[in-house]
Design a protein around this ligand. Structure first.
Ligand SMILES: Nc1ncnc2c1ncn2[C@@H]1O[C@H](COP(=O)(O)OP(=O)(O)O)[C@@H](O)[C@H]1O
Ligand SMILES: [Mg+2]
Length: 226
């Protein structure tokens, strides 16, 4: 058994000289498989940067980041792209749906783009439409959906393939309170029923409280909040 995410002695900065911005300075974090963690911290402290680092999208750091026990520093592009299409998925504040594709076409898009046969995923599509409450909206286009429904569609797209880890960057940041709560309940369900490890960035104490653990980024390090 391994942990989903292990970060040891992470150091990261942007720029150099007078323009240097220090982001991480000896940050450690272990996220056990199957946990649901909220990440908080001041604006500009580096929360989004951490998600990019974990996803292997930014490889300019020192220290160790392990995903499912495997260090990402040692991965080549092929291994990283395997990781991103099979092990971890992202959800962002803005839903990034394709306007001229229907709900179900949007959900299946990553499968199609990775060259897999969408028909092999039809049972998973049915299930995720049900879980996200979008079965009736499957033929609708993004513009015909509320913000909450669009976010649920982007979550369905992110988890269709049952990734081990879901990284969410302020997923409720653009939503009203009620829609935000629905997203949190959906995360809790995906975590409990599908065992997906979730790391979400949030500014809201209410949303943070849906997780089983709250981690704060401050002074360039990561610490548990009691
Ligand atoms: N690609 C980049 N180049 C230079 N500076 C960056 C870059 N990305 C982020 N930053 C800076 O790093 C800091 C942390 O950014 P970010 O991770 O987006 O913070 P948060 O998500 O916590 O608000 C900010 O000061 C931001 O301006
Ligand atoms: Mg951010």
């Amino acid at each position: 058994m391994y942990n989903s995410i292990e970060i040891k002695n992470l150091k990261k900065h942007f720029g150099s000289g007078d323009n240097e911005a220090l982001i991480f300075d000896g940050a450690d974090l272990t996220i056990e498989k199957g946990s649901f963690v909220s990440l908080t911290g001041a604006s500009g402290s580096g929360k989004s940067t951490l998600l990019y680092l974990i996803g292997g999208l930014d490889r300019d750091f020192t220290g160790d980041i392990r995903i499912s026990g495997q260090s990402i520093s040692g991965m080549d592009d092929k291994q990283l792209s395997y990781l991103r299409s099979n092990k971890l998925s992202y959800v962002f504040q803005f839903y990034n749906l394709v306007a001229n594709l229907t709900v179900e076409e949007n959900i299946l898009l990553p499968i199609e783009l990775s060259g897999r046969k969408t028909r092999d995923y039809l049972p998973q599509l049915e299930e995720i439409l049900k879980i996200t409450g979008l079965s009736e909206k499957r033929k609708s286009y993004p513009a015909q959906l509320s913000g909450g429904q669009q976010q649920r569609c982007s979550i369905a797209r992110a988890v269709l393939n049952e990734p081990e880890i879901l990284l969410a960057d302020e997923p409720t940041g653009n939503l009203d309170k009620n829609s935000g709560e629905q997203i949190m309940k959906l995360f809790r369900q995906l975590n409990e029923q599908k065992g997906i490890t979730i790391l979400q960035v949030t500014h809201s104490d209410e949303c943070a409280a849906y997780a089983n653990r709250i981690v704060k980024l401050s002074d360039h390090r990561l610490e548990d909040v009691e």
